[in-house]
Design a protein around this ligand. Structure first.
Ligand code: NAD
Length: 236
């Protein structure tokens, strides 16, 4: 059975938790151009730089400075109430949805707390800094470990399931996403084509604003909890 509510989250939902969004006004991500650190070519060219970048992202994520915020918690509550009729799809690689209590989460762009072996494809937890000398726990080969992240130019995870779930939903909500990165940005069109209601929550109007029936401007921590409460209160 298809879920009735599908929520797509992006970097903006984690901004109030202390994790910076993708691009700053200079177009840089934590001081780097995305193509310097988030492409397979960057990893082949300069693996040390890519490791340093993701080691730093992981360290921040596990630091005491970062914790789920009210928007993550509100979505976990929606899942508790709506069960199988609720699905969360996130572009985020952080684990703040899980830390807030969400269990039905698709990480379409991968997970920062996991690593993958380029030789045998085994996925394991990323619990210490990666280096070019690190060995895969499954095949024992050295030098092939990479963050379990979908880089630019790579195929997002679970796309067939995502398209199928989005096409069958009754309500599609996007939270804290700029509507620029594809194919996530086009999911709202798939939802609309199938007749779903659509709503977007963000600090600024996203690129794909025109595709949503409703836009709620503001910080996710302020706008999402009242919406979630309303959804819960209005269920028969
Ligand atoms: P984006 O950075 O392109 O856009 C973020 C959007 O969130 C912007 O439209 C901004 O206006 C909005 N925003 C900022 N603060 C907000 C707040 N407090 N409340 C609500 N909205 C807020 O993010 P994207 O669309 O997710 O695309 C970026 C890509 O970078 C994704 O693929 C993602 O994997 C990756 N990324 C992930 C993280 C993370 O895991 N937390 C962080 C940075 C980048």
């Amino acid at each position: 059975m298809h879920p009735k509510i599908v929520v797509l989250t992006g970097a903006g939902i984690s901004a109030e938790s202390g994790i910076r969004t993708f691009r700053d006004p200079n177009g840089l991500w934590e001081g780097h151009r995305p193509e310097e650190v988030a492409t397979p070519e960057a990893f082949s060219r300069d693996p040390e730089l890519v490791y340093r970048f993701y080691n730093a992202r992981r360290r921040l994520l596990i630091s005491s400075e970062v914790a789920p915020n009210a928007a993550h918690i509100a979505l976990a509550r929606l899942e508790q109430v709506f069960g199988d009729s609720f699905l969360l799809i996130t572009q985020n690689v952080d684990d703040l949805h899980e830390r807030a209590g969400s269990q039905r989460v698709i990480h379409m762009h991968g997970e920062l707390m996991k690593k993958r072996c380029s030789f045998c494809q085994a996925v394991s937890s990323f619990d210490e800094d990666l280096t070019i000398h690190a060995k895969c726990v499954s095949c024992g080969k050295e030098g092939g470990l990479r963050p379990h992240i979908v880089w630019f130019g790579e195929m997002p995870f679970e796309l067939d399931r995502i398209w199928s779930e989005v096409s069958g939903c009754g309500l599609f909500a996007a939270i804290g996403t700029s509507g620029v990165v594809e194919p996530a940005a086009s999911l709202v069109h798939d939802a609309r084509t199938s007749g779903a209601n659509t709503i977007c929550f963000s600090l600024e109007s996203p690129e794909n604003r025109g595709a949503f029936a409703e836009f709620v401007e503001g910080k996710a921590g302020d706008t999402v909890p009242p919406w979630a409460n309303e959804m819960i209160a209005s269920q028969p």
